[in-house]
Ligand binder design. Structure first.
Ligand code: FUB
Length: 305
């Protein structure tokens, strides 16, 4: 009887979520998903695409939603905004999040006002749904320290990865992949920024590890498609492995993150499948998939499920 009551309560909690199927959010445009599994829930963080005319990116905030089954999603509202970073002037672009030392560390792309170029900030919270505060009061990575192509958006799309020995790494970049070790305080680089040559790397790197294999996936070419490489170390060398996902035809970008949740494997990504969707009016979706027996990742079609 007591067990049944617990089961019923859990089912009700899960059923309390909102809408099912892709895209995850149906009344707002969302992009550049990051994912975190914590406390029996999967949390997805997405930049909100607010472009009124689809002529350029208008992104001011990151939304957070969560699920207990990767099918039904509950919105928790705004996790943070670009102006959570007082030194930023706009652009809540791509992000990534990790739980480390009992806190939630959110690495985010914004435009640094002083440099008028993209930079990466770090925000921290005691809860996966926020509130988040700027952890260091200045960029962790700025254009000034990494300038290579003079395009002003070299320093975008952070992905944070903590290895099994507790060493945290940050990877990011546009046109050139860069990475650096982080100190365990998560707020300082621990050593030099290294650049890595990968076939037609465009942006959106993602680093994850499964059964001893390190996977570095990224958006390749333009229009983009998601590809990956593997290694036996977080720092490479990387063996190119091929395509995971095509961009949807309504937008040239695709941006993804991987998660293991309740024994199943998922990729979270964006397309532009909502009505009136487009290049700057994207929507976040999720697909379940299975790794091949040798650990390689199959091509994953986008679905409306
Ligand atoms: O959302 C702005 C940019 O578009 C991201 O930083 C890229 O990954 C691409 O999705």
């Amino acid at each position: 009887m007591f067990k049944r009551a617990i089961f019923t309560a859990a089912a009700v909690l899960c059923a309390a979520s909102a809408l099912a199927g892709n895209p995850l959010v149906k009344d707002k445009f969302t992009a550049d998903p990051a994912v975190l599994v914590d406390g029996g829930r999967a949390y997805v963080y997405a930049g909100r695409d607010e472009s009124p005319d689809d002529k350029g990116y208008v992104m001011n905030e990151w939304l957070v939603l969560s699920s207990c089954d990767m099918k039904t999603w509950k919105e928790h509202g705004t996790a943070l905004r670009y102006d959570t970073f007082a030194w930023a002037k706009d652009s809540a672009w791509a992000s990534d999040i990790v739980k480390h030392g009992g806190k939630y560390w959110f690495f985010a792309t914004v435009t640094e006002r002083a440099a008028n170029a993209k930079a990466i900030g770090v925000a921290v919270s005691d809860s996966p749904t926020g509130p988040f505060r700027d952890a260091i009061g200045k960029p962790l990575v700025t254009n000034a320290m990494t300038l290579q192509t003079d395009i002003g958006w070299d320093d975008i799309d952070p992905t944070v990865f903590v290895d099994d020995d507790g060493t945290p790494y940050l990877y990011w970049g546009n046109q050139v992949l860069k990475y650096a070790k982080l100190k365990k305080n998560m707020t300082e680089l621990d050593g030099p920024i290294v650049t890595e040559g990968l076939p037609q790397f465009t942006e959106a790197p993602y680093l994850h590890k499964r059964q001893g294999i390190y996977y570095l996936s990224y958006s390749r070419d333009w229009p983009e498609y998601t590809v990956y490489a593997t290694s036996d170390k977080a720092t490479g060398p990387w063996r190119y492995r091929g395509k995971i996902m095509d961009a949807n035809k309504k937008t040239k970008t695709v941006h993804h993150a991987f998660a293991e949740f309740n024994g199943k494997s998922y990729v979270v990504y964006h397309n532009a499948d909502l009505p009136n969707g487009g290049e700057h009016r994207r929507s976040v979706a999720v697909e379940e998939f299975r790794y091949n027996a040798d650990g390689t990742i199959p091509f994953i079609p986008q679905t409306a499920e």
